[in-house]
Design a protein around this ligand. Structure first.
Ligand code: S3P
Length: 165
């Protein structure tokens, strides 16, 4: 029992977009643990962070991933911080995990952090850079395949993934 493929990567790496393309091509369900968590909690993730804090969110995320990895035949995308949990990294070992890599410049564009407002958004961009640098070794650790998504269309990325399935 296993998802067909599990997509990991930082915010702005295109996990949800690529998962949607792939699941449509394969005619299977796209499951996203962030969506599962929001449905179970009845509120957006941003509210869970504010109301209950990040450690609580990580517990919900851990449980959502355990459940999702037991399902088979779907394309699964995980939240950007899922790989922070050592148990999750261990659980991913037997699965077809693809790391969607992205440069800071491209991720900044995709998540809408304008480079034109350094005073307002510079700090957030620094956080994104730090987060991407700290997590890169963890994404690499769990991945069977790494794809640099800059300058590639969703269809090209999906083609590359399908070649490895
Ligand atoms: C997070 C990324 C988010 C979501 C949560 C935490 C992170 O998912 O799980 O806000 O720690 O990087 P996306 O990667 O889909 O934005």
């Amino acid at each position: 029992m296993s998802p067909i493929v599990v997509l990991v990567g930082p915010p702005g790496s295109g996990k949800s977009t690529i998962a949607a393309v792939l699941s449509q091509r394969l005619g299977v369900r796209h499951r996203d643990t962030d969506v599962d968590i929001e449905a179970a909690a009845g509120k957006p993730i941003s509210d869970i962070f504010v109301d209950e804090g990040e450690p609580h969110f990580r517990k919900l995320e851990r449980a959502a991933i355990t459940a999702a990895l037991q399902d088979s035949g779907e394309v699964l995308s995980l939240g950007g911080g899922a790989i922070l949990d050592p148990e999750t990294r261990a659980d991913l070992a037997g699965h077809t995990v693809v790391f969607l890599d992205v440069s800071l410049a491209e991720a900044t564009k995709r998540v809408g952090l304008s480079v034109a407002r350094p005073l307002l958004l510079g700090n957030v961009r620094t956080q994104l850079r730090n987060l991407m640098e700290a997590r890169r070794p963890l994404y690499t650790e769990v991945a069977k395949l790494t794809i640099l998504t800059d300058n590639k269309t969703p269809d090209e990325i999906a083609d590359e993934i399908q070649e490895h399935l």
